[in-house]
Design a protein around this ligand. Sequence first.
Ligand code: NAP
Length: 319
Amino acid sequence: MTSSSQHDLIIVGGGPAGLCAAMYAGRGMLDSVLLERGLPGGELLNTDLVEDYPGFESILGRDLAQKMADHAKKFGADIRQENVESIEKRADGIFDVTTTRGDHFLAPAVILSAGGAPVKLEVPGEQEYAGRGVSYCAVCDGAFFKDEVLAVVGGGDAAVEEADYLTKYASKVYIIHRRDEFRASKLLQKRLFANPKIEVIWNKVVTEIKGQPAGVTELVLEDTATGDASTLPVGGVFVFIGFTPNSWLIKDHYEHDASGYVITDSTMQTSVPGLYAAGDLRVQVTRQITTAVGDATTAVIAIEKYLKERAQEPVREPA
Ligand code: NAP
């Protein structure tokens, strides 16, 4: 049986942005609900050590996720395991957030903080060997590759950081990048270059992933300058080439950039009044835990004002 409930605010996505929004909403005495399809924490759950969140010199991603969830609950956050399918504004200005179970959550304001999904290489073998040597999460799958030779694809913070992490388990890690310099932060690069288990393969792209029924055995590479093909024997490949924002959940017309990242104003409001975006799916210079929680803070404070200006008594579920 499906249900329908009314709230002041619906938060879609329970990563750092969503959990921070739930905490502020609780403190602001809003009737809010946070809908998250998995466990609270988002990308934190795919991160080993966090060393750039003020106040925590070094903390495991999953521990920080737990602390954020506990903190939000302390202020009354209502966190529910729900898989959101769509967000649509009705003619009366109320958002209808629908889940895959067919439940409807209604509110005059929504914060979309649903992050994104990893970008795929889109090469032969990637789908076939997914879960059998092709992975998008070093923390989740690294331990399955003890003493194996691995490859990491990408040149951003995630690739460089996770290649370093994978050397905890692997005997050797190749990092394959399509250019001759990384876009990752200098500190992460310094660590990578100091790690004797890592070898960088510059100016190459993966064109095919080959294997046997048990899993991945080799990669076919192509030189970006010459087009020459070569092979690289590996037991697994970890792909970190960015991610696609989950902005497709919005069914109304909204402003976004060419990659689908949501454009907001300085209050985090999207081009759809009452719909706010926070964290990794928003157009911004960088995507850090610190920026995600900053976005969420701004959004909730702005929403309190928005709800007042709307001269509308917060909608409550009938008793
Ligand atoms: P990213 O910064 O967008 O980097 C993606 C990398 O993949 C780039 O080096 C890009 O190459 C490469 N790439 C893209 N498409 C490719 C393809 N089809 N084939 C081969 N290579 C491809 O993504 P990210 O590393 O996932 O980071 C996302 C955001 O999260 C960033 O803002 C980052 O700062 C943040 N983040 C931060 C931390 C941290 O601070 N500790 C950790 C992880 C992520 P080009 O360089 O040639 O474009």
